[in-house]
Design a protein around this ligand. Structure first.
Ligand SMILES: Nc1ncnc2c1ncn2[C@@H]1O[C@H](COP(=O)(O)OP(=O)(O)OP(=O)(O)O)[C@@H](O)[C@H]1O
Ligand SMILES: [Mg+2]
Length: 256
C-alpha cells in the first residue's frame, strides 16, 4: 500500500555512519509510518542498535537526514535534541537498569530528570506503568532480584513512562524462553494499542518479527534492502531475506 508523506512520523534519507574505516550504515533510506509497529531484522553486527541510537540522537550520523514530524533532527542543537528525545522511549539491548536503584526508581528516573511532577505523582505514574506490564509489588525491590523477563518488563515500563510518541525496542525478546518472549511481544502490541505509539522493534528473532510486526524491514550491508508485511515476507523470493528467514548457512549472506 502506498503511504502518503504525512503518515510518516520518521523519514530517513541517505543515512551514513562509519566507525573509523568501518562503514556500518551506507546511504540508508527508511520511512516509519505513524502508529505502526516496524520490525527491523538483520544479522548480528549489521548495525541495528546503531540505527536505533541514530534515530534517538544518541549517536551522530556522518551523512543524511532523519526527519521527525517534518524536521531534520540531525541539525538540532543540544537543547532541542534533548526536548525531542522526551518524545522517544527506548528499551535498550540488555535492559540497562541501574543496579543501585530500586525497580520503581529505575522506572521513575526519566520523570525525575525531565518532569516537574511531585514525588507522589512520580511514584504513582511509575507504579501505573509497572502495572501496565503486569508487575505489582516490586517497586521497592532491586534489579538483581529480578529474572531476565522481569527486567525486560521493567525496561519496557521505563521506556513508556514519559508517554512517548515513538518507542524503540532493541532485542526485547532475546535470551527469554519462548513463553516469556510471547508475553513481551503481546505487551509491545498492547502498549502500541493502548498508548497509540509508533513502535520500532529490532530483533533477529524471526518468530517475534512475524508476531509483532505490521511491517518487517531487513537491514543488510548498511541499507534497508527490503520492507513488507509479514505475509509478504513469508512469500518473498528475495534471496537474502529467504536465507535469513530460513536460517541457512548457504546463500548470498556469507558467515563471518
Ligand atoms: N561506539 C562504537 N564504536 C565503534 N564501533 C561501533 C560502535 N558501536 C557499534 N560499533 C560497530 O558497529 C557495528 C554494528 O553494531 P551494532 O551494535 O549496531 O550491531 P547489531 O546489528 O545491533 O548487532 P547485534 O544483533 O549483535 O546486537 C559493529 O561492527 C560494531 O562493532
Ligand atoms: Mg544490537
Amino acid at each position: 500500500m502506498e503511504q502518503h508523506g504525512d503518515d510518516h512520523i520518521i523519514r530517513i534519507r541517505g543515512l551514513g555512519k562509519k566507525f573509523g574505516p568501518h562503514t556500518v550504515l551506507d546511504s540508508l533510506d527508511l520511512d516509519i509510518v505513524r502508529g505502526e509497529t516496524l520490525v527491523i531484522i538483520g544479522r548480528s553486527g549489521c548495525g541495528k542498535s546503531v540505527l536505533l541510537k541514530l534515530i534517538t540522537g544518541l549517536v551522530k550520523p556522518d551523512a543524511g537526514e532523519i526527519m521527525f514530524e517534518g524536521e531534520d533532527m540531525t541539525g538540532f542543537a543540544r537543547k532541542k535534541l534533548f526536548e525531542m528525545r522526551m518524545r522517544f522511549g527506548m528499551l535498550f539491548q540488555g535492559s540497562a537498569l541501574f543496579d543501585s536503584l530500586s525497580v520503581g526508581e529505575n522506572v521513575a528516573l526519566p520523570l525525575r530528570k525531565h518532569s516537574k511532577m511531585t514525588d507522589e505523582e512520580i511514584c504513582r505514574t511509575a507504579c501505573e506503568k509497572l502495572e501496565l506490564v503486569g508487575l505489582t509489588d516490586v517497586y521497592d525491590q532491586f534489579p538483581a532480584e529480578m529474572s531476565g523477563g522481569m527486567k525486560k518488563r521493567i525496561g519496557l515500563a521505563r521506556a513508556v513512562v514519559m508517554d512517548p510518541n515513538v518507542v524503540l525496542y532493541d532485542e526485547p525478546t532475546t535470551g527469554l524462553d519462548p513463553i516469556m518472549a510471547d508475553v513481551i511481544n503481546e505487551l509491545i502490541r498492547a502498549l502500541q494499542r493502548e498508548l497509540e505509539i509508533t513502535s520500532v522493534v529490532v530483533t533477529h528473532d524471526i518468530k517475534s518479527a512475524y508476531h509483532v510486526g505490521d511491517r518487517i524491514a531487513m537491514l543488510h550491508e548498511g541499507r534497508i534492502i527490503y520492507s513488507g508485511t509479514p505475509d509478504e515476507v513469508r512469500r518473498t523470493d528475495n534471496p537474502v531475506l529467504r536465507q535469513f528467514v530460513e536460517g541457512k548457512a548457504e546463500g548470498p549472506i556469507k558467515p563471518i
